[in-house]
Write a protein that binds this ligand. Structure first.
Ligand code: ADP
Ligand code: MG
Length: 334
C-alpha cells in the first residue's frame, strides 16, 4: 500500500502504534495539538513541531522568505496555545539546496525573529542541512502550562457550546486569491496577510483555557475537520449553525471576485490559526469580555456539543449542509 492510499491520519496512527506506551510523566501524548510532559514542578512542559515544505506549504512566488519564516514559527506556537500553554523557545531546522541565495535564508530568519518577538518565543537553536529537493523549514516549539491544566481535545461535554475566534475562511480566501494572481489587490490585503503572516491567538487561548474551555484546538486543517477531532476524541457530536459563523466582508468579496462560494473556505479552508473550543455557555460572556479588554479577537458561539458522534453543519432551517473535505497531506487534491 502507498502512503497516499492510506491518508495522513491513518498513516500517523499506523506509525505511532509502533512506538509503544509512553511513560507515566507523559500527560498528553500523540493525538493532540502538542504533547504535555510533567516535570515534577509546578509547570508542565508543552511541545510540538511543524514542518513547512516549499511548493506544498509555501510558494516563494506568492510568499516572501520573510513571510515563510514568520508563518513557520506562528504555526508551531499556535499548537502550544491550543493546549492552553505559553510558548517560550523554538528550535529551527532548515534544509536548503546549495544554489539558494544566502539573502533568501537570511530574510527567512528575519521573519522568524520578528514572529518570535511577536509571539514571545526566542529561537535558541536548530540545524542546517543540504537537500537536493525543495526547501524545508521545521520549527519545534516548547512552552509551559500550569501542571495538569492543559486543555486537551477530548474534554467536550454534551451541553457545552462551541466557540470560534475571528473569521474563519480568511486564510483560505487569501491563498485562493494569491493563486489566481489577485493577491496584490489592496481590497484583499487583510485576507492575503492572514494567510501569509498569521498571528497565533495566544492571549485568546490563555483566556479560553483559564475561563472554562473543556476542549481546545487551533484551526489548521479546516473548521469542520478540526471540530471533528474534538468530536471524535471527546466521543460526542458537534452541531455547527452555519449562519452563526462570523465571516469577514472581505471573504464574501473574494468569493464574488473568484466566482467561488466562500463558505468552502469558511468550513474547510484550513490554516486559519483561529481557536475552536467547547465550553459551558455560562462561561462565554466573561471570556468574550476578557478577550475584548485585552484587545484580542473575541470568540463567538457557533454551535453546540450533543450526545452522538461526528460534526453536522446546519443551515437556518435546520437542514444539513454538505461540507467539502478538510486538509489531508496525502489526499489526491493536496
Ligand atoms: P496539528 O494540525 O495540530 O499540528 P497534526 O495533525 O499535525 O496536528 O498531528 C496530529 C497529532 O499526531 C499530533 O499529536 C502530532 O504530534 C502527532 N503526529 C503527527 N505526525 C507524527 C509522527 N510522524 N510521529 C508521531 N506523532 C505524530
Ligand atoms: Mg493544532
Amino acid at each position: 500500500m502507498l502512503i497516499r492510499d492510506l491518508g495522513e491520519f491513518a498513516l500517523i496512527e499506523r506509525l505511532t502504534a509502533r512506538l509503544g506506551p509512553g511513560s507515566a510523566d507523559v500527560r498528553v501524548g500523540i493525538g493532540d495539538d502538542a504533547a504535555v510532559i510533567a516535570t515534577g514542578g509546578p509547570k508542565d512542559l508543552v511541545f510540538t513541531t511543524d514542518s513547512m515544505v516549499e511548493n506544498v506549504h509555501f510558494r516563494l512566488d506568492f510568499a516572501s522568505p520573510w513571510q515563510v519564516g514568520w508563518k513557520a514559527l506562528a504555526s508551531a506556537v499556535s499548537d502550544i496555545g491550543a493546549m492552553g500553554g505559553t510558548p517560550r523557545a523554538a528550535i529551527v531546522s532548515i534544509a536548503a539546496r546549495g544554489d539558494v541565495p544566502v539573502e533568501q535564508v537570511a530574510a527567512l530568519y528575519d521573519g522568524l525573529a520578528a514572529s518570535g518577538e511577536r509571539h514571545d518565543t526566542r529561537v535558541v537553536g536548530g540545524d542546517t542541512v543540504r537537500t537536493d529537493g525543495p526547501m524545508v523549514v521545521t520549527v519545534s516549539a516548547v512552552g509551559g502550562c500550569e501542571a495538569g491544566q492543559a486543555v486537551v481535545r477530548s474534554g467536550a461535554q454534551p451541553g457545552d457550546v462551541v466557540v470560534v475566534t475571528g473569521t474563519p475562511g480568511d486564510s483560505g480566501a487569501g491563498l485562493a486569491l494569491s493563486a489566481a494572481g489577485k493577491g496584490d489587490d489592496p481590497a484583499f490585503e487583510r485576507l492575503v496577510r492572514r494567510h501569509l503572516e498569521p498571528t497565533a491567538r495566544l492571549r485568546e487561548a490563555d483566556i479560553l483555557a483559564r475561563g472554562g474551555a473543556t476542549a481546545l484546538i487551533d484551526v489548521s486543517d479546516g473548521l469542520v475537520q478540526d471540530a471533528g477531532h474534538i468530536a471524535r476524541l471527546s466521543e460526542v457530536g458537534i452541531e455547527i449553525m452555519l449562519e452563526q459563523i462570523p465571516t469577514s466582508g472581505a471573504v464574501w468579496a473574494a468569493g464574488e471576485s473568484l466566482g467561488i462560494d466562500p463558505m468552502g473556505w469558511v468550513l474547510a479552508g484550513g490554516e486559519d490559526y483561529e481557536l475552536l473550543a467547547a465550553m459551558p455557555q455560562s462561561a462565554v460572556p466573561a471570556a468574550v469580555d476578557a478577550v475584548c479588554q485585552e484587545g484580542g479577537v473575541p470568540p463567538a458561539v457557533i454551535g453546540c456539543v450533543v450526545e452522538g458522534e461526528g460534526v453536522k453543519v446546519l443551515d437556518g432551517q435546520g437542514r444539513l449542509v454538505p461540507v467539502p473535505k478538510g486538509w489531508d497531506h496525502f489526499s489526491p487534491k493536496a
